[in-house]
Structure formats: C-alpha cells, structure tokens
Design a protein around this ligand. Structure first.
Ligand SMILES: [Zn+2]
Ligand SMILES: [Zn+2]
Length: 256
C-alpha cells in the first residue's frame, strides 16, 4: 500500500476525469492521499474530496507565490478549518523565489504567520521551497517549527541541508524528480534519508516521474517514485512502500 502525501486533485486539470484518476490510483495500490489546498478556490475543493472519500485527507494553507493576496480573514478561515476532522496538516506554505509575484518579505511574513497558526492548532506543516532553502531553515528555526514538525515537500535541494531538516522534526518527501535521469541531488537525498523519515508524493498534476515526464502527473505514478527509491536504497519495493505509508500515518496521526 502507498500513501501519496501531496496531490492537487482539487484543481481543474482533473475536472474531466477525477473519478478515473482516483480509480487508477487504487489499482496501483495508492490507498491514501493528502489533497493540498493553497488558496480560496482550492481549499474548499480539497475538503470536499476529503469529506467524500474515507482514505483522502486535506491540508489547508496559503501558497507563497500568492502570499501578497492573503488577507487576515483568510488566515482566520484556515485556522477555523484546522479543527475539521479530515484536515491533517497546515500548508502548503513556504517560500518561492522562482516567481516574483509576491515580494520576499511578504512571503516570509505569511510563512511565519502560518507556522504560528499550526502551533496553535497542533498540526504538522507542509513546506513548499523553491530556491529558498537557507531562508526557510532560518525561519523554521526562529519560529520553533520543530514543535509541530512536518514535511519538506518535493525536497529538491542538495543533501547538505537534510540533517538540519531532520533535526527540526521534518520528514523529507520525494517526488518525480528522483526518477529523472539527470537529477543528481534527489537521488543522493534518497540514499541518505533514514527510511523512517522518508515520504513519497506526486505533487500531481506537476512533476510527473520518468517515463511520463512532461505529461500530467497523477497519484498512481507515486509507485514509480517508490520503485526508484527502493532501487537507490537497495531495498525491496515493499520495504519502501510500507515504511513511507507508516511514516505518513504517524505524521498525520491517521489510524488506518
Ligand atoms: Zn509545492
Ligand atoms: Zn503542491
């Protein structure tokens, strides 16, 4: 059994065939998933999917790219939703220096606010990081994010920062890039992260793993990610799928 810890089945790329995609996930052994909402439109859709599917959970947060749009009411809304029985995490939140829609200082402020929200409600956080690892680690440390811990989602930096993330109570989640032929860092990371701190995800519809790279990604493909990790760690597929699924149950406090 596999647990895809980061999916966006709540966005319109899946409007045509969402049920089909979910059926293919089950066929591939992907029983559980967390649908991540990140703005006013995607949060209600994540909750709807979680409410109608026993093995689907939701995460609610505000994406750093849109940090500039977040109002006080949005933060209050996210805090209210945190008590929903199917909300398993706060996020995604983080820093994204690739796009320049939201200035860095606003992104940082919105990240700090969400970390503190998560500490108030006692839920783990899901961190989105693009080209901002050092600033993220500094903020996680300053805000004592270790108190709730969480996930470094689609971890895509070099192995040198892994230990610091582990020390702060974070799991490392790997996605499609670990399967890319030219991707050195995620392969190195897959080898060094202890099996009890590793998660798998698709981040679908983005980042489809090899040999589907460039196509729309979907939860069934998380199997390709787990297979590649098993090969890199010289473990069986079952060892990797069992461990990553149990890690997700522990982190999200899910009783299967
Ligand atoms: Zn993300
Ligand atoms: Zn995402």
């Amino acid at each position: 059994m596999l647990f895809d810890t980061h999916v966006h089945l709540n966005i319109d790329q899946f409007d045509e065939d969402r049920e089909e995609v979910m059926r293919r996930a089950k066929e591939a052994g992907v029983e559980y998933m967390v649908v991540v909402g990140f703005d006013r439109e995607t949060i209600p859709k994540a909750l709807e999917l979680a409410e109608t599917n026993p093995t689907i959970y939701a995460a609610v947060g505000w994406h750093p790219v849109d940090a500039i749009d977040m109002k006080t009411e949005d933060l209050e809304w996210i805090e209210e939703l945190a008590s929903h029985p199917k909300v398993a995490a706060i996020g995604e939140m983080g820093l994204d220096y690739h796009w320049d829609k939201s200035p860095k200082d606003i992104q940082k402020e919105v990240l700090r606010k969400q970390i503190n929200l998560a500490k108030r409600v006692g839920l783990p956080i899901i961190i989105h990081n693009r080209e901002a690892t050092e600033d993220i680690i500094e903020i996680l440390r300053e805000e004592n994010a270790a108190e709730v811990g969480g996930i470094m989602h689609c971890y895509n930096d070099s192995a040198e920062y892994v230990q610091e993330c582990l020390d702060m109570n974070f799991y490392i989640s790997l996605g499609g890039p670990v399967t890319f032929k030219n991707a050195k860092d995620p392969k190195e990371v897959a080898k060094i992260v202890p099996l009890d701190r590793l998660l798998v995800e698709t981040d679908c519809p983005f980042l489809a793993p090899h040999p589907n790279r460039g196509k729309r990604n979907e939860p069934a493909y998380v199997k390709l990610v787990a297979e590649k990790i098993a090969e890199l760690k010289e473990l069986s597929f079952e060892e990797v799928s069992d461990a990553t699924t149990n890690n997700a149950f522990n982190l999200f406090k899910i009783k299967p």
